[in-house]
Design a binder for this molecule. Structure first.
Ligand code: ZN
Length: 235
C-alpha cells in the first residue's frame, strides 16, 4: 500500500522485505514480525491489518501469510464480511456493559494524558500498535481472566480510540466517580456514567445475595430450634 501525501514521509510503518528468499519473514524490521503475530491473533480483517501496520505488502500475499501463520498457531482466519464497523453505528456501544468496558479501555489507553493524546496523530505506527496491543492484553487479563471472549473486540477498541481522536465520540467526566466515559453520537443527551450504573447493579446484586443468605441462615436457626414447625408436630 502506498502512503498518500506528506504523511508518507514521516510515518514509521511496517515495510515489506524486498527479498523473498525467506518466505517466513515479511518485514524489514524483526520487531514487526512479533507485532504482526500478536495482531493476527486478534484481527483477521486484511484492510484493518494494512491500516494498523501501514504495510506496503500486497493484499493477496498478506492474506496467504496470515493464513499460514495462523495455521502454525492452530488457528483459522475468520474474515468478517462487509465494511468495518464505525463509531457512528447505532449498535456501537449500545449495551451498558459495552460502555463500561469501553470506559476501562479508554482509561488504560490514555492514562493521565487524556487531553494531550486525544488529539495526537500517531506517526510511529509500530509504537502505537505496541501500545494498543498491550492495552488490549491488559483488558483481557483484568476483565476476562478465565479466557472468556471479551465483550469488545480489538477492532471495536480501535474504532473507539479513533472515534475519540476524531471527536466522533464525546468524552464526559462523571461527577460522582470521576471516570471519563465515552458518549457515542447516538446517545448524546441520554448518557449517564456506565461505571456508576454497573457498580449500582453490582451493589444491588450483592445485597440481594446477602439478604438471601441471611434469610436462609435465619430459617435454618428457626428450624433447628423447632420454631418453624407447625404447632401439631411439636412435641
Ligand atoms: Zn461514575
Amino acid at each position: 500500500m502506498k502512503m498518500q501525501g506528506e504523511r508518507a514521509q514521516s510515518i514509521v510503518a511496517g515495510r515489506a522485505r524486498q527479498t523473498t528468499s525467506r518466505s517466513s519473514s515479511l518485514f524489514e524490521d524483526p520487531a514487526w514480525e512479533e507485532r504482526f503475530d500478536r495482531l493476527i491473533r486478534l484481527v483477521h480483517r486484511t484492510a484493518l491489518i494494512i491500516e494498523l501496520t501501514g504495510t506496503d505488502i500486497k493484499e493477496n500475499r498478506l492474506k496467504s501469510v496470515i493464513d499460514s501463520r495462523l495455521a502454525e498457531m492452530g488457528m483459522q482466519a475468520i474474515r468478517p464480511r462487509g465494511v468495518q464497523p464505525t463509531c457512528g453505528a447505532r449498535s456501537f456501544l449500545s449495551a451498558r456493559q459495552d460502555r463500561y468496558d469501553a470506559t476501562y479501555l479508554m482509561a488504560l489507553h490514555f492514562g493521565n494524558r487524556f487531553t494531550d493524546e486525544m488529539s495526537q496523530v500517531d506517526t510511529n505506527l509500530g509504537r502505537a500498535l505496541d501500545h494498543a496491543l498491550e492495552v488490549y492484553a491488559k483488558y483481557q487479563r483484568d476483565c476476562y481472566p478465565g479466557g472468556q471472549i471479551p465483550r469488545l473486540s480489538f477492532e471495536s477498541f480501535v474504532v473507539l480510540i479513533r472515534g475519540i481522536k476524531s471527536h466522533e465520540i464525546g468524552v464526559r467526566t462523571c461527577g460522582e466517580c470521576s471516570a471519563r466515559y465515552p458518549v457515542p453520537v447516538h446517545r448524546l443527551g441520554i448518557e449517564y456514567c456506565p461505571v456508576c450504573a454497573v457498580q449500582d447493579l453490582k451493589i444491588r446484586d450483592a445485597r440481594r445475595v446477602l439478604d438471601a443468605r441471611i434469610e436462609a441462615a435465619r430459617r435454618e436457626r428457626r428450624t433447628a430450634m423447632g420454631l418453624d414447625k407447625p404447632p401439631a408436630q411439636r412435641a
